[in-house]
Write a protein that binds this ligand. Structure first.
Ligand SMILES: Cc1cc2nc3c(=O)[nH]c(=O)nc-3n(C[C@H](O)[C@H](O)[C@H](O)COP(=O)(O)OP(=O)(O)OC[C@H]3O[C@@H](n4cnc5c(N)ncnc54)[C@H](O)[C@@H]3O)c2cc1C
Length: 455
């Protein structure tokens, strides 16, 4: 067991957090680690609501700013409305794991669901999403620690390894995606644990600092003449001649066009979208600095990591390659998000995989909301009233939200390049939305039971 430097003794250790026995006075910060480097918002942001604009965007995450940048560069006047401070939502709270759009379905499942031709189109476009964000970051010169360090997906059961290997072969055949398998016997070259049964590596997947990436997008949008109207929740949108009246408590704007980019934070503002999105929580804890030798033993390739469970956890190192960030579901039994109890299960999961992190200090703990769709596919398009939307990334949205934001903006500009293979997909509502929303914990518990019992 390696002991950690005692400079961080006012933070609870992972062992203390996992056991629930932590001192009442501790320094654990209930906010994203990313906000230390990118606090979000800006004094430059508008304190008054503009009278009119070409496009009003609801939501200041990756979707909102990616669309906003494309529109502003095309000469449109764009106002991004945000209920909280700019970047309040998932975009500055996520794990910063950057993959293609192809992580939700096995290739064969997608073919069964959509047919070979459509599945192939969607998978190929999924890989373009990863290339799109990489190129955007490079051409816009956004300094956000973007690194092609690859993704290791760990097999939780021996049979998952074979299933994953078959799926990786299919992905290569159908969409040309490169990958390789690492058997359990060689696993320590990837991960300092014997908790798994080998895994797959997607070497082109990447990581970034979500706070800095978001701040970079916002900065480029501001340079292109865009306006951010934060701390201003949109309360009503009404179609009027020539566009929409966008109301907030701080005033109203006449916009020719509207984009809804509220993903997991979608509320009753547009009922047609609300019944199509179920908000699901996701939470992360971050360790303080751990000894370099320990870090290199646990994460020798410094990739991003996930596993094959249905209710899965994900982890990675911070860009300084000294801290570990560990994410998973939100704590269901806790009454407050700002309590150690809400994050106890994450420390427990982390210690099952990396027992040597027992004395690691836990410095940050936070959560955010992802937007789930009924068919687990993101959607973009137009509502009956003519508002545009791009929404529903089901927890993998860093590349997808960026890409969808650009595509929906191109559609608003009526450019042919805005076409996607997702355009003609029906966007199903949840059969009983109110029940679906409340059922999330029960569905999750059922999946966890199946993960444990291998059902
Ligand atoms: C803890 C966590 C970890 C994740 N990890 C990863 C990961 O590692 N890799 C990955 O690919 N994806 C990950 N995701 C998912 C990813 O972060 C999201 O899919 C993506 O950020 C969605 O971006 P968005 O712009 O569509 O929505 P958001 O960033 O959520 O922005 C929506 C915004 O809309 C605002 N809003 C809503 N209603 C209104 C209104 N009426 N008026 C004004 N503003 C409004 C909200 O306040 C919010 O700020 C994670 C998500 C979470 C929560």
């Amino acid at each position: 067991m390696t002991s950690m430097p005692n400079t961080a003794s006012s933070y609870p250790s992972a062992r203390e957090l996992g056991s629930g026995r932590i001192k009442s006075h501790h320094a654990l910060a209930y906010r994203p680690y990313w906000w230390d480097a990118a606090p979000g918002g800006s004094d430059e942001n508008l304190k008054t609501v503009p009278k009119n604009c070409d496009v009003a965007i609801v939501g200041s995450g990756f979707t909102g700013f990616s669309a906003a940048l494309t529109l502003a560069r095309a000469g449109r006047s764009v106002s991004v409305f945000e209920r909280g401070r700019a970047g309040f939502g998932a975009s500055t709270r996520n794990g910063g794991q950057v993959g293609s759009g192809n992580q939700k379905f096995r290739v064969k499942t997608l073919i069964d669901l959509r047919g070979r031709r459509k599945a192939e189109e969607m998978l190929r476009e999924g890989t373009r999403m990863l290339e799109y964000i990489a190129t955007l970051i490079e051409t816009e010169k956004i300094d956000c620690h973007f690194r092609r360090n690859g993704r290791f997906r760990a097999a939780v059961r021996a049979e998952h390894y074979e299933a994953m290997a078959a799926d990786m072969r299919d992905l290569k055949e159908v969409a040309g995606v490169e990958s390789f398998m690492v058997p359990k016997a060689e696993q320590t070259s990837e991960l300092g644990t014997d908790a798994f049964f080998g895994g797959s590596v997607l070497p082109n997947d990447a990581s970034l600092h979500p706070g800095l990436y978001h701040a970079g997008l916002m900065q480029r949008f501001a340079e292109a003449g865009g306006q951010v109207v934060d701390h201003t929740g949109v309360t009503n949108i009404e179609p009027v001649a020539g566009g929409f009246r966008v109301r907030s408590k701080r005033g109203e704007t006449l916009a020719r066009n509207v984009l809804i980019a509220s993903n997991g934070y979608t509320d009753a503002l547009v009922p047609e979208l609300r019944c199509r999105i179920v908000p699901v929580g996701s939470a992360i804890i971050a360790t303080g600095e751990i000894p370099e030798a320990l870090y290199s033993r646990l994460l020798p390739k410094n990739r991003v990591y996930g596993n094959t469970n249905r209710v899965f956890y994900y982890f990675r190192g911070a860009p300084d390659a000294r801290r570990i960030l560990w994410g998973g579901r939100v704590g269901r039994l806790s009454l407050s998000k700002n309590s150690p109890q809400a994050y106890r299960h994450l420390a427990q999961d982390m210690l099952r995989v990396f027992p040597d992190l027992g004395s690691a200090p836990i410095t940050h703990a936070w959560d955010g909301t992802i937007g789930y769709t009924y068919d687990e596919i993101p959607h973009l398009g137009k509502t009956a009233a003519g508002m545009h939307y791009a929404i529903g990334y089901c927890g993998t949205g860093v590349s997808r939200a960026t890409y969808f934001g650009n595509k929906i903006a191109l559609q608003m500009l009526e450019r042919a390049e805005g076409r996607t293979s997702f355009d003609d997909l029906a966007f199903p509502a949840f059969p009983a939305h109110a029940i679906a929303q409340r059922a999330v914990p029960f569905v999750e518990a059922w999946y966890r039971l199946r993960d444990t019992a291998n059902m």
